[in-house]
Structure formats: structure tokens, C-alpha cells
Design a protein around this ligand. Structure first.
Ligand code: NDP
Length: 494
């Protein structure tokens, strides 16, 4: 048994290539006992890892980074086989994840290490220090759409912060999780620092309940996120919840329409639209709408889904029904298909669909589609675009195309991340925190916030000398209290 293998599973399940239905791999179904065993092993690994300190952890994570670069094509092949996405899309995912790992390892000590803070006038006799200590064991539950990039946003930052990780990949992408853990095993002297537990929802639920888990980092749908949070409530285990979105793209009157159309089509169609921060709704200002829509149509029409297409299949077969439902609803409510339509659906593949003039109460506007469907609606002005963009329970990402007012519009959007004159660009910048509000969840991966997310702040006040006036002692006198009150009046009362 290797350090990444979790013992105790009897049943197995198969992962399939969604393009062909071919079996890609066979994996154990880990039950609650196996999950508890993995967490117990992780508790010990976490102590060893935390004891190494920032410099040695950083060195080893640097080795992991190099190992991932060496194995990039091999792991990308597993990603492509289990999700059906084009090989280069899989490689891009790895490139971004490796860059994040490098940033997390490099910045962990600066962000989390012990530092002095001012002790203030009233407590001038104290030395105040702050450090961000590892939590211990972090349970990571990931989705299938970006099976490397998304969980690595938690795994890399949790490890850099000094934790061990037990990772439950989606049942659709267990081979990717295993490949990731294998690539680290040799660098950590056989310690079970990153273990993978495979199986279905019950395996993930067992991880939420397992004794010894200090935090759960969940990425997936809002419905499952609520179940995860409810399970974690039983043990008061803190959670980070990264859920879906219904991200808008706003096109202002002065936008570079060619660039906006390119971003719209990439943001909506790449990965077959199965991107949590993908573009799903477009609000374009009326006086540039015709020209913008013509460009979107031209670009989207040129794309095809397929095994050797511009993008792959629906990774999860049942997603095709959701996409079909949204297309039908948009058309039934009066939307006009300008690219594709119901005939674009030939599961597991769906060719691009662009529908304009879709009423805002259509499910194509209100619910996450997670497929290659773009809704493009005209608005009289940017104010109306902002109002509609914000009129959803989700609040993950957004995109703005505007030459002059990009930042001003961005500041009015209720969401966690905004790309201006680009698309999804924030996800590739390791220093920027990633996460949403409302139905899109809470907590952050990436950046300084992403490192702190996997720690507990520890505040220490060390007395350097005793004050002549003791106010936190039963020896306290009214003269002493009066002196203190005088000081406060001087400092804060004027
Ligand atoms: P799911 O919510 O179906 O599953 C997510 C993970 O949770 C899977 O590993 C799943 O296991 C597991 N799980 C299922 N039931 C439970 C349970 N009761 N307790 C604990 N874990 C459980 O999401 P998808 O995999 O379908 O991913 C797509 C969703 O993820 C979309 O909504 C997308 O927007 C969102 N997403 C959000 C991102 C973000 O950063 N905000 C990034 C990427 C995706 P199993 O697969 O075995 O059922």
C-alpha cells in the first residue's frame, strides 16, 4: 500500500470517458470507516508537516511543482479522458494550478508567519504578536469540471499553510485526484500528506462527519453545498463553500466590440460552458447591440462540439437535460435563437446555442445552465445592465467591457470577482482571492485570503513589564481607574 492509498474499501466503481462511454479506470468506494482511517492518518501527517516549518515545506512544495511539470501531459491525459475536454484545455488547467502552487508556497511565510503588531497606548506594556497556525486536517471535496484547477485552489493553499489534506474528487474524475496525490507522494517521504478517498456522495458526507477534520473546503453545486454545511454543523466543523454562478457580461457603448464578442464566446462556450465562472448572461447596451450580436453569431457559429471539436461533451450525462430545459424555456417564453437551437443537442455533445431577447424570468436567465448556451439581452443603458446583472441569488464572477467606465461598473456589481476587458482573468492571478457571495457560497481560495482560509489566527500578548496602575486586578484602586479614565478622555473624548 502506498501513502496515498486509503485501505478498507471493498466495493469499486468505474470512471468513464464521457465521449465514448469507455472505462478509463476502476476505483474503490471508500466507506465511513475507510474515511475515518484516512483522517486519522492525516492527523499524524499534519503534525509532521507543520513541524517542518515554512522553509522546508516551501522547498518540498517546490519539488512537487517540478514533478507536476514533469507529469503535466500524463495528468492532462487523465483529465481529458475523464472529462472529455480537449487535451490542451486540460494542459491549461494544469499550467494554472502549478502557478498557484508556486505562489502559495512562496508567499505562505510572509502572509502567515509570526509578526509583531502594535499593542496600543493602553497596553503599551505588552508585546503583541500574531501568527496564522495550520488547522490540521483539511477535507477537500471537488467537482468534475476543472478536476485539477479547482481542488488545487484549496489543496495547494492548505498544504502551503501547513495542513494535511484528505481529498474527495468527484465520482466522475477519481483518476485525476489519484494522479495528483501520487505525484506528491515521493516528495513527502511516504507521509500520507495528501490522501484521496473515492466514491460517491456518501464518501464526501463521511468526510464532513469524520472526527479530526478541521475544515471542509467544498466546491460544487449550491444544493450539495447546503447538504455539506448541514453535515458540518453537527460537529461545528467550519466550511468554505465555492458553488455555482450565473455570471453576467456587460457590454458598454464604448466597448471594443470585437474583444467583447471574443470574450463572450470563449467565456460561454469553452469547456462546453461547464465553468463556474463561465459567461451565461450578456447585457449589451442598445446602440451597439446589433454590431455586437453579429460578431458573437459569427464566432459561435464557427464552433463545434465533438471528440475532436472545439470543446468536448457534457461530462455529466444528466446535464444535457438541464441545458435542453433552459433552451426550451427561453424559446417558449419568446427568446429568438440566433445560433443553434434545440437541434444543437446531440448528447453527450451540444453545439453552441445563442438566444437573444430572453425574458428575465426564464430558467435560462435565472438558473445555472452549465452548458454551451448564451443568453444575450439588450438594455437601454449600463444602469439597467447592472440592475439585471445583480438580480440573481448567485454572485460569483462577472465581466465588463467598457473603455472608460470598467472599474466604476465593476464596483457596482454584487459578486466576488470581476474581469474588465478580459474574461475569467482573475482566476489566473494567484494574488487575487477567488470566491462568491449569496448562492455562490462564501470563503476564499487563492491569494492571501486563500492562505489564511486554512489557518487559525493565534493572537499572543506577552507582558513586558507591570504597569504602575493595575486595573485588571482585585488590587485595583479608584485612583488608578480615574487615571485610566482621564487618559481615555484625552485620547478618545475630544
Ligand atoms: P456536485 O455538487 O454534484 O458535487 C460536488 C462534490 O460533492 C462531488 O465530489 C460530489 O461527489 C460531492 N458530494 C455529493 N453529495 C455530497 C454530500 N452529501 N456530502 C458531501 N459531498 C458530496 O457538483 P458537481 O461535481 O456537479 O460540480 C458542478 C458544480 O460545481 C457547478 O454548480 C459549478 O458551478 C460548481 N463549481 C464551482 C466552482 C467555484 O469555485 N465556485 C468551481 C467549479 C465548479 P460525487 O461526484 O461523487 O457525487
Amino acid at each position: 500500500m502506498t501513502a496515498t492509498e486509503v485501505p478498507g474499501a471493498q466495493a469499486t466503481f468505474e470512471s468513464l470517458d464521457p465521449r465514448t462511454g469507455d472505462v478509463v479506470g476502476t476505483h474503490p468506494v471508500h466507506d465511513a470507516t475507510a474515511v475515518e482511517l484516512a483522517v486519522a492518518r492525516a492527523v499524524e501527517a499534519a503534525q509532521w508537516w507543520a513541524g517542518l516549518g515554512f522553509a522546508e515545506r516551501g522547498r518540498r512544495l517546490g519539488e512537487w511543482r517540478k514533478a507536476l511539470v514533469r507529469r503535466l501531459d500524463d495528468i492532462a491525459r487523465v483529465v481529458s479522458d475523464e472529462t472529455g475536454k480537449p487535451f490542451d484545455d486540460a494542459r491549461l488547467e494544469l499550467v494554472l494550478a502549478i502557478d498557484h502552487l508556486g505562489w502559495a508556497a512562496k508567499h505562505a511565510e510572509k502572509v502567515l508567519g509570526k509578526r509583531k503588531v502594535s499593542s496600543g497606548l493602553l497596553m503599551a506594556n505588552q508585546a503583541a504578536t500574531l501568527r496564522y497556525a495550520p488547522i490540521g486536517v483539511v477535507g477537500v471535496i471537488g467537482p468534475w469540471n476543472y478536476p485539477v484547477f479547482t481542488p488545487m485552489g484549496s489543496i495547494a493553499y492548505a498544504l502551503a499553510a501547513g495542513n494535511a489534506v484528505v481529498f474527495k474528487p468527484s465520482e466522475l474524475t477519481p483518476g485525476v485526484g489519484t494522479a495528483l496525490a501520487d505525484s506528491l507522494a515521493e516528495i513527502v517521504d511516504g507521509h500520507p500528506l495528501l490522501q484521496v478517498i473515492t466514491g460517491f456522495g456518501e464518501t464526501g458526507a463521511a468526510l464532513c462527519r469524520a472526527k479530526g477534520v478541521g475544515k471542509i473546503a467544498f466546491t460544487g453545486s449550491t444544493a450539495t453545498g447546503k447538504r455539506v454545511m448541514a453535515a458540518c454543523a453537527e460537529t461545528l466543523t467550519p466550511v468554505l463553500i465555492e458553488c455555482g454562478g450565473k455570471d453576467p457580461l456587460i457590454v458598454d457603448a464604448d466597448a471594443d466590440l470585437e474583444a467583447a464578442a471574443d470574450a463572450t464566446v470563449w467565456g460561454g462556450m469553452s469547456n462546453a460552458g461547464q465553468t463556474c465562472v463561465g459567461v451565461e448572461r450578456v447585457y449589451v447596451v442598445e446602440n451597439v447591440a446589433d454590431r455586437f450580436i453579429a460578431k458573437v453569431v459569427r464566432k459561435a457559429e464557427a464552433l463545434r462540439a465533438g471528440s475532436a471539436g472545439d470543446f468536448g461533451p457534457m461530462t455529466m450525462a444528466s446535464q444535457s437535460d438541464i441545458v435542453r430545459g433552459h433552451v426550451e424555456d427561453a424559446l417558449a417564453k419568446g427568446g429568438r435563437a440566433v445560433v443553434g437551437g434545440e437541434a444543437s443537442l446531440h448528447p453527450p455533445f451540444i453545439d453552441p446555442v445563442v438566444i437573444v431577447e430572453v425574458p428575465e424570468d426564464s430558467t435560462a436567465v435565472t438558473e445555472e445552465t452549465f452548458g454551451p448556451l448564451l443568453v444575450v439581452n439588450r438594455v437601454p443603458d449600463v444602469d439597467e445592465a447592472v440592475r439585471r446583472a445583480n438580480a440573481t441569488g448567485y454572485g460569483l464572477g462577472a465581466t465588463v467591457f467598457s473603455k472608460k467606465r470598467g472599474e466604476e461598473i465593476a464596483a457596482r456589481l454584487r459578486c466576488g470577482m470581476v474581469a474588465i476587458n478580459g474574461v475569467i482573468s482573475f482566476a489566473g492571478i494567484p494574488a487575487l482571492p477567488f470566491g462568491g457571495v449569496g448562492d455562490s457560497g462564501f470563503g476564499r481560495i487563492h491569494g492571501e485570503d486563500g492562505l489564511r482560509e486554512f489557518t487559525r489566527p493565534q493572537a499572543v500578548a506577552r507582558q513586558k513589564f507591570a504597569l504602575p496602575i493595575a486595573v485588571t486586578s482585585f488590587k485595583r484602586t479608584s485612583r488608578g481607574m480615574n487615571a485610566l479614565l482621564g487618559l481615555v478622555r484625552l485620547r478618545h473624548g475630544r
